[in-house]
Design a binder for this molecule. Structure first.
Ligand SMILES: Nc1nc2c(ncn2[C@@H]2O[C@H](COP(=O)(O)O[C@H]3[C@@H](O)[C@H](n4cnc5c(=O)[nH]c(N)nc54)O[C@@H]3COP(=O)(O)O)[C@@H](O)[C@H]2O)c(=O)[nH]1
Length: 520
């Protein structure tokens, strides 16, 4: 048993560790999910900022081109140039505003008059409204690529630096101009982060992949869409301490709670709860102590005594748990258990020996409990045992409520059960009072038996007790016969006595009782 407990402990440690690991893993998964949702919020903010910038640039481009298409005086004359310079100066993102004459760059706010005017290569893209776009055309001045947008006789230059201040590691981004009517992505700057179809749908969406968190936001007023991406690893990295901490916390908490749970489970439950569980799971067994005729030595009955060894291997004495159950009002469950057990196990012995009696201890509450009578009814119908073969032992305490006891004893005797009064002499009942109870047998308490041979006062009243019992028609079982002297004393008494005690036999298993009966 100790080995089982040790095994259980080891098993419990494993379970606690496992619970810790599971809780730790859940903690990590949970913290990772939190980190990813924080990253999504940041990505949303970043995408919104990109789109706001794309909107501002589009708006500024529209306004600048509308103004620049108005030629002040002669195209590229001094007032026209100043007009273009003023537009460029007032713009925030546009770097140059140019006049286009006969499809050639004639002058600009930065270059002044271009002589001779030069023709640009064909545009990379033409919008549905006829606006022309050059995506990566190197500028005359810097030879660096920029976006050029031309409307009729003016164009503006938007450098890549228009988004420069928004570059923010570790986010990646792209900005696209989409022709939703024609279902084409006309221009996409930055990294290509999503399929064209996502942009053409022109909706605000999350387009996460296994590797990246991706957010798309499209303008309500312009054809621009902003896309931002964040590597999942990068999204989580700033929170790694938090994730590890959460995992460790989960491990500790899971382990701690399961240790507490285990300790609570191991904590001894109240006696009655354990007893009820033991009764329900048939953990209790019975032993039988023979009662013999002291004249002939023949076994005439046996007392059924309950035994309880709990799962931890502890033996709980019946007087302890029976009195706990009596206080709790559940002793009837013990009686029911014993009656069912006895009728099941001792059936063959009783059927083979029709005069043999097995006595069962009952409690005061049984006498007025309808369930007790129902169970008695059930077991006799089922087992085929005769009613007179099950004796019922009551203590003086159980019959304290005389009216209830008298009625119940009469009912039980009418059914055929012999009634025994246990531990006679320990209470205050006189033999005369017992006469009213109409009993069959009294069991003389061990205290009288022990006094035999000692010359004490008790023994001096034993002959009178035996005498009166005989006069009242009661049979006498002498309890607790432990010595040869005690046995001989009662065996040679003038009144016929029966005896029970360790000198005759200790309580026996059912099989040992059958063997005892075969010999006695
Ligand atoms: N309601 C129920 N009460 C029950 C049931 N089973 C037992 N009990 C009661 O518990 C008390 C203790 O019983 P137990 O420990 O089983 O002890 C019995 C005998 O083992 C013991 N005995 C028998 N012979 C001797 C002996 O020579 N010397 C000695 N020192 N002890 C001996 O006596 C107990 C039986 O006593 P009794 O019932 O008074 O005849 C006890 O009060 C039981 O009644 C149960 O199923 N239900």
């Amino acid at each position: 048993m100790k080995r089982t407990i040790r095994l259980l402990d080891r098993y419990a440690i494993l379970v606690c560790l496992l619970a810790g690991f599971v809780a730790g893993a859940l903690g990590i998964v949970g913290a990772r999910a939190i980190a990813l949702s924080i990253a999504r919020v940041n990505l949303d903010r970043y995408t919104t900022a990109l789109l706001a910038r794309a909107d501002s640039i589009s708006q500024e481009t529209d306004n600048a081109l509308a103004e620049a298409n108005y030629v002040k005086g002669v195209a590229c004359g001094p007032s026209d140039l100043r007009h273009l310079q003023k537009i460029a100066f007032n713009a925030r993102y546009i770097k140059d505003v140019a006049r286009v004459v006969d499809n050639k760059l004639a002058c600009s706010s930065l270059l002044g008059v271009v002589s001779p005017p030069f023709a640009r290569p064909p545009p990379d893209m033409v919008t549905p409204d006829g606006d022309e776009l050059w995506v990566n055309t190197p500028l005359v001045l810097t030879n660096k690529p920029a976006l050029i947008v031309k409307v009729r006789n003016a164009n503006v230059v938007i450098p890549p630096s228009a988004f420069l201040d928004l570059i923010q590691q570790p986010f990646r981004y792209s900005v696209a101009i989409v022709n939703t009517a024609k279902g084409r992505v006309m221009l996409s700057r930055g990294e290509r982060l999503v399929d064209d179809s996502v942009l053409i749908a022109h909706k605000d969406v999350s387009a996460d992949t296994d590797a990246d968190l991706i957010r798309v936001a499209c303008s309500k007023n312009h054809s621009a869409c902003a896309v931002a991406a964040l590597d999942r690893g990068e999204a989580i990295a700033p929170h790694s301490v938090f994730i590890i901490g959460f995992g460790a916390l989960g491990f500790l908490l899971g382990g701690f709670l399961s240790v507490i749970g285990y300790l609570l489970r191991r904590r001894p439950k109240p006696m009655n709860a354990r007893l009820r569980h033991a009764l329900q799971s048939n953990q209790l067994t019975m032993v039988f102590q023979p009662i013999v005729d002291l004249h002939t030595g023949r076994m005439i009955s046996a007392e059924a005594l309950i035994r309880w060894t709990d799962r931890e291997g502890r033996t709980i004495p019946p007087d302890v748990f029976v009195s706990a159950a009596e206080k709790n009002g559940t002793a009837g469950e013990i009686t029911a258990y014993v009656l069912r057990y006895v009728s099941r196990i001792a059936g063959p012995l009783l059927r083979d020996n029709p005069e043999l009696v097995i006595t069962v201890n009952i409690v005061a509450a049984d006498l007025s409990d309808p369930k007790f009578y129902e169970i008695l009814e059930q077991i006799f119908v089922a087992s085929g045992i005769a009613r007179h073969q099950i004796g019922l032992e009551l203590t003086e305490r159980s019959v304290a409520e005389q009216d209830v006891a008298i009625a119940a004893i009469a009912r039980l005797r009418a059914l055929g059960h012999p009634i025994y009064l246990d531990d006679f002499g320990t209470g205050y009942s006189s033999l005369a009072q017992l006469h009213d109870l109409n009993l069959d047998v009294i069991k003389l308490d061990r205290a009288f038996t022990n006094s035999v041979g000692t010359g004490s006062v008790s023994v001096s009243i034993v002959p009178q007790v035996l005498e009166m019992a005989t006069a009242l028609g009661l049979r006498v079982v002498v309890e607790g016969i432990e010595t040869d002297t005690q046995y001989s004393y009662f065996a040679s008494a003038p009144n016929h006595c029966y005896g029970q005690g360790w000198f005759i036999s200790k309580p026996l298993s059912y099989d040992a009782l059958v063997a005892f009966k075969a010999e006695h």
